[in-house]
Each structure stands twice: as C-alpha cells, then as structure tokens.
Design a protein around this ligand. Sequence first.
Ligand code: C5P
Length: 416
Amino acid sequence: MELANRRIVLGVTGGVAAYKAAVLARDLMARGASVQVVMTAAGQRFVGAETFQALTGQPVFSDAWDARIENRMPHIELSRRADVVLVAPASADFLARIAHGLCDDLLATLCLARDCPLLVAPAMNRQMWEHPATRRNVATLRDDGVGFIGPDSGVQACGETGEGRMLEPSDIAEHLCAHFTPKRFAGRRVLLTAGPTFEPIDPVRGITNLSSGKMGFALARALAFAGAKVTLVAGPTTLPTPFGTRRLDVTTAMQMHDAVMAEVGGADLFIGVAAVADWRVANASKSKLKKTAGGAPPDLQFALNPDILAAVASLPAAPYCVGFAAESEDLERNGQAKRAAKGVPLLCANIGHATFGRDDNELLLIDEAGLTRLERADKNTLAARLVLEIANRLEAAAPDRPKARKSRARRRGKHA
Ligand code: C5P
C-alpha cells in the first residue's frame, strides 16, 4: 500500500476528463490513500457528487459555506486535513483563478489557505493550453511552487489532436507515489538491465528463460520515485515502461552488453537484474531450419556471451555495482562466491524458481558487512526496501557526486 496513511484532497473542476477523476479516486484508494473530493460547480456538470461520495465513502464538498463543517470554515478544515491537494482535471479557468489568488469558490479558497503541496493535472483543448494567457498562468503557478502532472498529448474529446489531455489516472497515481518518496537519488544516474534475453537459433526459434522482468522494472520505478535519472535496458518482455524511466529494448545478450557499454559512462549505479543467457548459438541459421522425415536434429554450436555485470564492475571508473543471483540452493555460499567472482560490492541472492514470473520475492543481500534479509513481499514493496539499502551503501561509497553534478547543471541552467 504505497499511499497508506496519505490524505489527499482531490479537486475536480469542469472538464470532460472529470469522468476519469472517478477512476483516479479509486486508484488512489486502492494504493491506501484516503480521498476527500472537493468539486467546482462546473465539475458537477460533468460528474455527479454522488458518484464520488459512493466511491470514496466521504461526503463531497463544493460550497464554501457548507454547514456540515461545524465552524463553517470548510476551506481551513479540509486543507488542514490534507497531505496534498491534487486537482485533476484542472481546467484553464481554474488555473487562471488560482494563478491570480482568487477565492471565488471552495476549491480555489482551500488552494490559497493550504500549507501542504498543490499538484495539478491540467485538462483542456490544445488551443486553450497553448493560449498566451494560460502560458502566463502556468509560469506563475510553477514559480509559486505548484507541481504540474502532465498534460499529455493525443486525441482530445473535441476531436482535435495536441497537448492538453489529462494524463491517465494510473499515471497520475504514479506521480503521487513519486511525490511522497524521499529523493535519496536526486542527481544520481542509474543504469539497470532487466528481463530475459533471447538467443536466436533461426529466424523463428530461439533460447530464452523464464525471467519476467518484474523485479528489474519494479526497481527502475522505485529508483525513479527516489529521484534518480533511470535508464533501463530491457530484454524481451511485454511489461509497460515504468514511471520516469528511459527504456532501451534489446533482444540478445550481445545487444544488451553493447547498450550497457554505450550508456554506462557517467552512471553512479549499475544494477544487473537481467537473466542474461550464458551462451548464444554460434551457428544460428539465417533461414528457418527444416525438419525432414528421419533427419538428424540440428547441430547447434554455442559461444560464451560476455558477462555484462563483471565487465561493468571492472571498468576503470566503474559505478557502484549491484548484482543479482538466482540460485536453487545454498543462497549464502553461492551468493558470496558470485559476489567475489563478479567483483561487485553488493549481491542480491534469491531462489530462482521462487521469483521468476512471480509478483513477490525475498532477497538475501550480501556485502562486505555481512548479510541482510529482505522479507518476502510484492516486488514493488521489495524494490522500495532495496532502494533504501542501496542508497545507504551508495551514499557511504560516493557521497559527493550528485552535488558536483547538480552545481554543474545549475551553472548550465543560468546560461540557458
Ligand atoms: O552468473 P550469473 O548469471 O548467475 O550471474 C547473475 C548476475 O550477473 C546478474 O546480476 C546478471 O544480470 C549478471 N549477468 C550479466 N551478464 C551475463 C550473465 C549474468 O550481467 N552474461
């Protein structure tokens, strides 16, 4: 429950995307948040307050003089009870009103009265989004510290195509999870591998393994939540790209190796989560191998693939390296041997058949200080715990690097 104990005021303003706010309310609650909906009058033209009341189990407020709040100050009561105010959809009119500090309805008033962060997910026609008045209002709000989630571009309800669509509810919920994650990796660059590899035998056949990519993808997401700039080199998997991640798709171990070597410069952290094939077929056929009646099976020759993790760990300016080991028994002894063989400071051992394809896992971390057990949990929870463990070790090993990079970026920004 990534949003457990988080109290969110969800503001719904007038736009057709208001129907998606109902799905968003459900998603935030499914992640453990409590959701208090506040609607503008225009918002209620699109979706009835009863819908949100039924979904959230809380009364919906829209009137600044609502008698249900004892002291008749709902703007103060509601904003004091919130950890964050999220307005989704945020219409052009609403952005204009709060950019100017207007308090002409309950939602605008509580946005001014709040002492918690304000996030907005704009939704409007592309010309309204591009209009100089909206551009000015957005710039003002950004200067005031308001966080923008989206908008997205694509086909709009009006039939036009362009920027201004509200992000999908699940993407907005991911932003909320990121919002509440301490930024232990701010300024850090992280490179990961994940998933299986596929080694062709001929154009339609190949050798692969049962890795789903779920652990590596969950780690990429957790690192992005923690503020890292994440590049994920992914073997063949149908998983969606994790939040805040740059994804490079590869198929074979050789392609994964080449992609990692091209990207590793400047990385602070490398994590090898992929289940990389140890061998490739050296005599793969360019045309499909034909089965003939009574004929011999193909004579496959194998060549050893490069060990990507060991290659990165032995670079002269190697990033902090973390390896994974999928073992079938004796995690501790096999993990320790693998840590030494690969030359990595931290190795995460797990039981191969107890993690491949599953949504949960448990890990035994092995480093120079000894053993740390991370209990069985779903892979997102486990990834968040592992990210904290890695942050502690990385901060001890390389405390100064992000600062140096940040000040370089700041200097660059000044001249931009
Ligand atoms: O040797 P083994 O495959 O068990 O090692 C697992 C660890 O090494 C994982 O971190 C995996 O991503 C990495 N690895 C690699 N390149 C290979 C084989 C494994 O990066 N060719």
